[in-house]
Design a protein around this ligand. Sequence first.
Ligand SMILES: [Zn+2]
Length: 393
Amino acid sequence: MAPALILRDGRVWDGLATEPRPADVVCEDGVVREVTGPRAARPGPEDLEVDLAGCTVLPGLIDCHVHLVWDGSPDPATHVDQDGEQLTTVRAAEHARAYLPAGITTVRDLGGNWDIAVTLARAVDRGHLDGPTIVAAGQTVIMTGGHDPFWGIPCDGPDEVVRGVRGQVAKGAGVIKTAATGGVYGQTHGEEVGASELTYEELAALAHEAHRRGRRVAAHALGEEGVRNAVRAGIDTIEHGVFLADDVIEDMVRRGTVLCPTAEVYRRIADGQAPDYAVRKARDVVEAHRRSVTRAIEAGVPVIAGTDAGAPGMAHPSLVDEITTLRDYGLSTLQALRAATSTAADALGRPAAGRVYPGSPADLLLVDGDPFTDLALLRRPWGVVRHQKLRRS
Ligand SMILES: [Zn+2]
């Protein structure tokens, strides 16, 4: 048996409870083996003990919406065009490496050029890249002329949409990303936030096939009708959700459809950190978005933290900014922390990733102090545990 890592005498938050409680955590082979009472774990002679008095142990954080190929500059899609596939791959790997030191141990990549994100996900799984677990969509399933054409596979009609899903699954996608409406930033000439793209019938066929293949579906959906189509079609997570009608919010609560607002990115774009056309569109929607997210939270829609990191104004990583903004929009501190841990993990279909319990992966964030009283502590982790190693930040 390899030596255990014993995190002694800290306060442990399991990703769900209303507050941390004093406990020791015993990690073996990269897995949480035991959570004992404080100072109760009994180390063997080879084991490594770490004194965490005054610290909090949390599940490693999850960013549910990133684009590793993008660099967070004002016009990242143009950079990718200029850099080409090979340089973009190297840069995307560099972006991925920024996550673990920040305590983010899982990211969901919702769209990238070529097969870069899927390849990086495989590189992490095989130990070639020191990055977070990546749940990658690969390329996105869009209508001809739809949102994000630079990484979209144009599919028209239910049969082509099914083919699009199968193609991404064959390449190793861990999640399927689609577009139900236009967007704020992108290269599609004349696209409008409110315009619906793939139809209800197409989205329903897509969701059915993805679920049949064991993949969840994330839909880019901003406009009211497109969000309604996506929710009715059985999409698992609504990305952005700028205009949410009352009946759609009710439907989301009833179905358990998750909202990933990416709240902060629209504020950054509206601030001017993007091309002019995108700044104008973001300024038009940012207040409506805030109202929609607040109403969804009040109604009880499950909300998860995703940054759109890589998009204009959003560097890798930006998760604590999003957690803070979600709290401004109406989540309690507890809900905001769950949005980046247990609620996020459930939405990804990997519940153990956002929790601390015997058998969960020992992907842990260690913070000096109590993040329940000061969320900003998440910006400066004391350390991160992954693959049975403690790395000090
Ligand atoms: Zn995005």
